[in-house]
Design a protein around this ligand. Sequence first.
Ligand code: NDP
Length: 330
Amino acid sequence: NKVILLGKRPHGKPQTSDFKFVEENKPKISKGEVLLKLSFVSVDPYLRGRMIDAKSYVPPFQLNEPITSGCVAEVVESKNERFKQGDFVAGSMDWKQYQTSTGEGLLKVDGKQAPLSTYLGVLGMTGLTAYFGLTEIGKPIKGETIVVSGAAGAVGSTVGQIAKMKGCRVIGIAGTDEKVAMLKSKFGYDGAINYNTTKDITKDIAAACPNGVDVYFDNVGGDISDGVHANLNRLGRIIVCGAISTYNNTSVPTGPRVESFLIKKSALMQGFIVSNYAARFPEGMKELSGWMKEGKLTYSETIVEGFNNIPQAFIGLFEGKNSGKMIVKI
Ligand code: NDP
C-alpha cells in the first residue's frame, strides 16, 4: 500500500523531492468502517498553502504525514451499513492507495449520473467555488462586463459559462494561445487575453472591455490583477477567489495600493472560501448538474495517470499544465 507524505516544506515552487513515498501494510477495517481504494485524486492550488507551517483556514500538513485532498474512492469492503462493496464515494482522503474510513464526511456518488471525476471538478469543489463566488459576491447583472483570470482552469472555465448564462460579456485571461482559443470556442468567452504574450495587460484589457470592467473574478492575483483593477468601473465588484501567482513567493509581494481606487470607484473587493457556503452545497450541486444535463455547462479535465504521478500533477498546476480540472486517475 503506497502512501505519499510531505517530506519537506517546499521553498518556492514545489519539487518532487518535497514528497516522500513509503509503503505500509494494507489496513484492516473494524466494525463501522469501510476500506477505500482511491480512484481519482484532485490536486489543487490551495494544497500549496497547507504545505506552509502557518495558521490558516485549514490546518497545515505535518511533515512525514500523508497529504490529503478531495478524492473519489471505491468501497472495496464494508462493515458500515451506509455503504456496500462497489459503492463510490467522494470526500477528503489521504494520498494512500488503500485507507479505512468511518464514513464520516463521505458523499456517495453515482458514475451513471455523471463521470466520477466530475465530482472533484465541475460538480464538486471547483464548480461550487465558481457558482457561489460569482453569484453571491459578484452578483452579475445582464449586460455587464466580467473579466476572469485563471480563466481556462477548473474554477475559471466554470465562472465564464455561468456569467454567460447571466447575460454578461465575458473576457478571460490565460497563459497560452491554445487556452485562449479554447475559452472562446468551448466555453463561450467573448474575448480572451494571453498574459504571457501581451505587451501591456492594462491596455489589452481596456481594448477587450470598451465599457470597462464591472465584475472581476480573480484566481491569480499579482500583476494580472493590477491590470484588471485599473479598468474597473464605478460600483465594480472584485471576487478574490485565489492568488496562485503569489503562492510560491518567498517574500511578501508589493504592488499598487488598492485603497484609493476602491474609494474612487465605490468598488467592493471580497475574499471568500467555498466552505463558507457548505450548508448550501446541495443547492449548488443541483444547479450545476441541472445545467450540465441541459447542455448549458460543459467542462474540461486534464487527467494524469498513476498514483506515483500525483506530486508531478500537483506541481503542474503552477506550470499551467492543465486545461480545466487537473485530476489524477489511479
Ligand atoms: P486551475 O485549474 O486554475 O489551475 C491553476 C492554473 O493557474 C494553471 O493552469 C495556470 O494556468 C494558472 N497559473 C499558474 N501559475 C500562474 C501564475 N504565476 N500567474 C497566472 N496564472 C497562473 O486551479 P483551480 O481552478 O483549482 O483554482 C484557481 C484559483 O482559485 C487558485 O488560485 C485557487 O487557489 C483558488 N481557489 C479558491 C477557492 C476558494 O474557496 N476561495 C476554492 C478553489 C480554488 P495558465 O496557463 O493560464 O497560467
